[in-house]
Design a protein around this ligand. Structure first.
Ligand SMILES: Cc1cc2nc3c(=O)[nH]c(=O)nc-3n(C[C@H](O)[C@H](O)[C@H](O)COP(=O)(O)OP(=O)(O)OC[C@H]3O[C@@H](n4cnc5c(N)ncnc54)[C@H](O)[C@@H]3O)c2cc1C
Length: 413
């Protein structure tokens, strides 16, 4: 059997999982090469706890190399150009030819896409941003806090709601909630439209129970940092004292310039196999766009949310399919659209949403009652993800699966 080189671009949630799965499945005759520009991997769901001081920076990051299986070649560098005709990637440290390629470069934040936003806002969508926001919350003396989803699409449909609730909880815990008004603005008609009206209403109720005003159908047009005013496309303006933004997202330049993206700027793939239209080239996770049944506005179809839970399972599917092809077997693993998310509400409690996002005629998503168990599940998940391959990771994985069985939920780790 000839030796194959599988190159994975991006060592975040999906890329790291794909590399580890491929290394486990393929013999040493084949190379598994991961290109990642950051030496440290930060676990994004923990950014919310970093913002509230429930985690210290060192608790939510690990060196990428520590999280990879032995035998994965990790190149610490930037993938600069992708030549799909020559089947080569040009990185800041040299060029790499590939037989198979997995594009897992995620979504990048583009605060510059809204005038004034970069200067005016804080964010809990990055590691550095969450650390800075922790200091901003600590020194906030009262007034109006606006949590703003600047544009669609954005990753993790639950995170803005969790962020607003955890900010409210932070001030409540510190006996500083009085005199602070918190509002959540979003272009969407309801929270998490992909999960249906019932779940949306339940999330609005959660927000209201924390005295957070939900302001749907607001698309941010510009911010005036000097006057502390936001202008929305709908024509109205709103004042703020502290602006916490979920900035617009876009696919990284590498994917756009390689000609992989569609008119909307994301990489279309086969929803079941994650194959692009280029032979042997797959894409997964946040950089992709996958239409699903249903609409969130009469003229706008639903897309699979950008979430780690999907990136991870898609990585398993792609790794299984590539290794089957290399070994001369017919690939039969497919991505079925199942997903779940723990929604932190503060006071060490969380809700739990799970379901099938490929269901017809629209996604079937259920929400379990808020409870401590889901919060503990999220903490266990964090420990599992940040543990190196080996017994510690296996132990947390077993605990998560056991917890899932106890509550009748198929948790895959
Ligand atoms: C605050 C917050 C909370 C979240 N909570 C949840 C949650 O509870 N559940 C959930 O399922 N999801 C959650 N998410 C979403 C989740 O983190 C992402 O959906 C997931 O990380 C996507 O995985 P990915 O592999 O596609 O991209 P990423 O994990 O973003 O990885 C992309 C990687 O590619 C690298 N890269 C990019 N370009 C290049 C290049 N040119 N060269 C080299 N490397 C490059 C980046 O450095 C990065 O490491 C949350 C996100 C945020 C911000």
């Amino acid at each position: 059997m000839p030796s194959n080189t599988v190159v994975i671009l991006g060592g975040g949630v999906g890329g790291m999982m794909a590399a580890n799965q491929l290394r486990e499945r393929l013999s040493e005759d084949h190379r598994v090469v991961l290109v990642e520009r950051d030496a440290q991997h930060a676990f994004a769901p923990s950014f919310l706890w970093l913002m509230t001081g429930d985690r210290k920076p060192h608790q939510v990051r690990r060196p990428v190399a520590d999280l990879l299986r032995r035998g994965v070649e990790c190149i610490h560098g930037n993938a600069e150009v992708l030549d799909l005709t020559k089947r080569k990637v040009f990185t800041s440290t040299g060029e790499i030819p590939f037989d198979y390629l997995i594009v897992a470069v995620g979504a990048e934040l583009a605060p510059d896409a809204v005038p004034g936003l970069a200067e005016a806002s804080h964010t809990f969508y990055t590691f550095e941003g969450s650390s800075r926001l922790y200091n901003a919350l600590a020194s906030f003396t009262g007034g109006s806090i606006a949590v703003v989803v600047a544009a669609m699409p954005y990753k993790c449909p639950g995170a803005p709601h969790e962020g607003a609730m955890l900010i409210a909880d932070y001030f409540h815990r510190n006996q500083r909630r009085t005199g602070i008004d918190i509002q959540l603005f979003t272009p969407e008609p309801q929270p998490m439209p992909v999960a249906g009206p019932q779940l949306g209403a339940a999330v609005v109720e959660m927000l209201e129970s924390k005295q957070i005003r939900f302001r749907p159908l607001h698309t941010l047009a510009a911010v005036d940092p000097a006057e502390r005013v936001m202008r929305f496309q709908q024509g109205n303006t709103e004042r703020y004292d502290l602006l916490v933004a979920i900035p617009p997202h876009r696919a990284p330049r590498l994917a756009r310039e390689a000609g992989l993206t569609n008119v909307a700027g994301w990489v279309p793939v086969n929803p079941q196999t994650l194959a692009t239209e280029h032979p042997g080239v797959f894409a997964l996770g946040d950089v992709t766009v996958i239409p699903i049944p249903g609409r969130w506005k009469p003229d706008v179809p639903l897309m699979l949310p950008k979430a780690g839970v999907f990136a991870r399972v898609q990585a398993e599917v792609v790794a299984a399919r590539i290794s089957a092809e290399i070994e001369g077997r017919k690939p039969d693993e497919t991505f079925c659209g199942d997903g779940y998310c723990m929604l932190e509400t503060g006071e060490d409690l969380a809700g739990f949403a799970y379901g099938n996002f490929f269901a017809e005629p629209s996604p079937q998503v259920n929400l379990r009652q808020i409870g401590k168990a889901w919060h503990i599940g999220k903490v266990l998940f964090e420990r599992w993800w940040l543990s190196p391959p080996g017994w510690r990771r296996a132990t947390y994985g077993a605990m998560l699966k056991m917890g899932g069985r106890l509550y009748g939920i198929p948790i895959t780790v």
